[in-house]
Design a binder for this molecule. Sequence first.
Ligand code: S3P
Length: 172
Amino acid sequence: HQGYRLKKTVVLVGMMGAGKTAVGRAVAARLAVPFLDSDAEIEAAANLSVPEIFQRDGEAFFRKRESEVIARLLKQERCILSTGGGAFLAESNREMISRDGVSLWLNADLPLLWQRVRHKESRPLLRTPNPYATLAEIYRARVPVYEKADISVTCQPSLSIEAMASRVIAAL
Ligand code: S3P
């Protein structure tokens, strides 16, 4: 690759709706480095969508595939790696990410996350009678874990994907 020389793979972590995939893609394009997405890799290998995997095989199965995929992707060439919102929760995942990569939390507040995910059908964890309450609960439980990331970049509703990509690049 001819692009920017990443010191390590940059692993984007944070809640669903934070923009990990969109911002990660924009950062990778600007730096001319590869972009990978753990959810997309899991889907491609299973030939099923993430909600289908949750439904058919359960969350525990998905988490196992997710750990395997992240381990494999961290061994490949340095890249921007977007992960699913739960990927940073397991300590073993955090350990491998900090060994082979640098973790970057896309820190969006609850109102912004809700605005982004409320109309989406693609988040199996939010398929509950009260998706807002579920999101709020997940958010409160996870923020202390996301705070362990090496770098934190704050999202704002007014910032475009490109503007967020600039913030991420400035933080690297
Ligand atoms: C999850 C987030 C999803 C996906 C799965 C579980 C989570 O990814 O991995 O539905 O636990 O927060 P996004 O963060 O890309 O939505």
